[in-house]
Design a protein around this ligand. Structure first.
Ligand SMILES: NC(=O)c1ccc[n+]([C@@H]2O[C@H](COP(=O)([O-])OP(=O)(O)OC[C@H]3O[C@@H](n4cnc5c(N)ncnc54)[C@H](OP(=O)(O)O)[C@@H]3O)[C@@H](O)[C@H]2O)c1
Length: 370
């Protein structure tokens, strides 16, 4: 097993450089927050305002915002010293956050559902704090997925945890969650019908999802057994591709169809796809890992296409690399534990290291080349 070498650090490449067809990336001076040199609070408000000013929220077709094709700046009020910009953006943020939200179309409380589980927060802004939001996580029963659930619950979120079979740890978390963790079993991301059933069930508990983390994944049909070219088979490649790439794609499609994300959700959502640095073409300095590398590279390009196609429908995307994490997948080898990884991934989704919609970050904010 040579997992260590595939997690070596490497230089960052902005997505726009990796994809020259994209419009040019923004300079840091052009960033509304950095150019202003404002306080953290003002930056948060500015960011919230610039996201909330998204034409999607107003039913106007959007330009694009995701992965380096943003038109935010053209809409952002500016002045020479930036002071007016912050005030103006803060006013916009306050206005938008105070505006009435459309009434839920399909939310109906199932018997026994708690108020917490039914809550449908409307103040979530992609790249803003993930607090008191409604979040769905796949592969929630162990490893990074389980720790994501714990960390999200600690931030007062309502968490929809999808898994094939709940672990004792997940059930214990559910019992202590005061109804904010909803566990759904049978959510096999390799099964279109199972994904659809999960999405349908979620519509009965809440109007929409703020954040979705496509975390479920496999390294192989039997761990690292087929890591080499000689041991790689068609079946191995197809299975890993199906779970790691097709699965997240079908999850997003199902959530869209059921109006949990996208235009029908009436507010923007953020989808974080848990990929791996192993899927970075530029970072690959050690070969091997054919099925896994290919599946994660494929997930990256799928994520990029979805980010373009769904920009006008208010669905934002981020690619996430958890680091080399001590879980079952890595046979407990790694540099960090799942708790640290999950905390870092949430920070990435909150935009704490920079624009997660334009750059691919690992759990500690290091940019990863494509
Ligand atoms: N650990 C690392 O160093 C590392 C590095 C880079 C990226 N990642 C990525 O991080 C994610 C989580 O990995 P992990 O380290 O937490 O691995 P893990 O401990 O092996 O957990 C994998 C999770 O995915 C679920 N899963 C597997 N196949 C599934 C399927 N067909 N349908 C639904 N769920 C399925 C598992 O559920 P079951 O219990 O039902 O199998 C489990 O919950 C994966 O996408 C992985 O590729 C991990």
């Amino acid at each position: 097993m040579r997992a260590r070498s595939i997690h070596a650090r490497s230089p960052a490449v902005p997505l726009a450089r990796a994809f020259p067809c994209l419009p040019r990336e923004r300079s840091s001076a052009a960033s509304p927050s950095r150019a202003l040199g404002a306080s953290t609070r003002a930056r948060r408000i500015a960011r919230a305002s610039s996201c909330r000013a998204d034409p999607f929220a107003r039913g106007v077709p959007s330009g694009s915002r995701i992965f380096g094709h943003s038109d935010d700046l053209r809409r952002t009020p500016r002045s020479r010293d930036g002071v007016e910009d912050v005030r103006s953006m803060a006013r916009t943020a306050a206005r938008v956050l105070a505006s009435p939200t459309p009434s839920p179309r399909r939310a109906r409380a199932p018997r026994g559902a708690t108020r917490a589980a039914m809550s449908s927060p409307t103040s979530y802004v992609p790249r803003g704090p993930i607090e008191r939001a409604r979040v769905a996580v796949t592969g929630a029963n162990r490893g990074i997925g389980l720790e994501l659930c714990k960390a999200l619950l600690a931030r007062e979120n309502v968490v929809e945890a999808g898994c094939r079979r709940a672990s004792d740890a997940l059930r214990a978390l559910e019992r202590s969650s005061d109804g904010r963790l909803i566990v759904s079993e049978g959510v096999d991301v390799g099964d279109d019908a199972a994904i659809d059933a999960w999405a349908r069930a979620m519509t009965t508990r809440g109007r929409r999802l703020d954040v979705v983390v496509n975390n479920a994944g496999v390294v192989g049909t039997n761990g690292y057994d087929a890591w080499d070219l000689e041991t790689t088979t068609a079946e191995e490649m197809m299975h890993v591709f199906k779970i790691n790439c097709v699965g997240p794609t079908l999850v997003v499609r199902a959530l869209l169809r059921h109006g949990l994300i996208g235009a029908d959700a009436n507010a923007p959502s953020l989808v974080g796809n848990v990929t791996s640095k192993v899927g970075s073409v530029e970072d690959n300095g050690s070969g091997r890992g054919y099925s896994y590398r290919a599946s994660k590279s494929a997930l990256n390009i799928v994520t990029k296409s979805m980010s373009i196609d769904l920009a006008s429908r208010g669905v934002h995307f981020a690619l996430l690399h958890p680091g080399w994490v001590k879980t079952d997948m890595t046979e407990s080898r790694g540099l960090i534990d799942a708790e640290e990884s999950a905390r870092g991934l949430i920070r990435v989704l909150q935009g704490e290291f920079g624009d997660c919609e334009r750059f691919w970050f690992d759990y500690k904010g290091d940019k990863i080349p494509w």
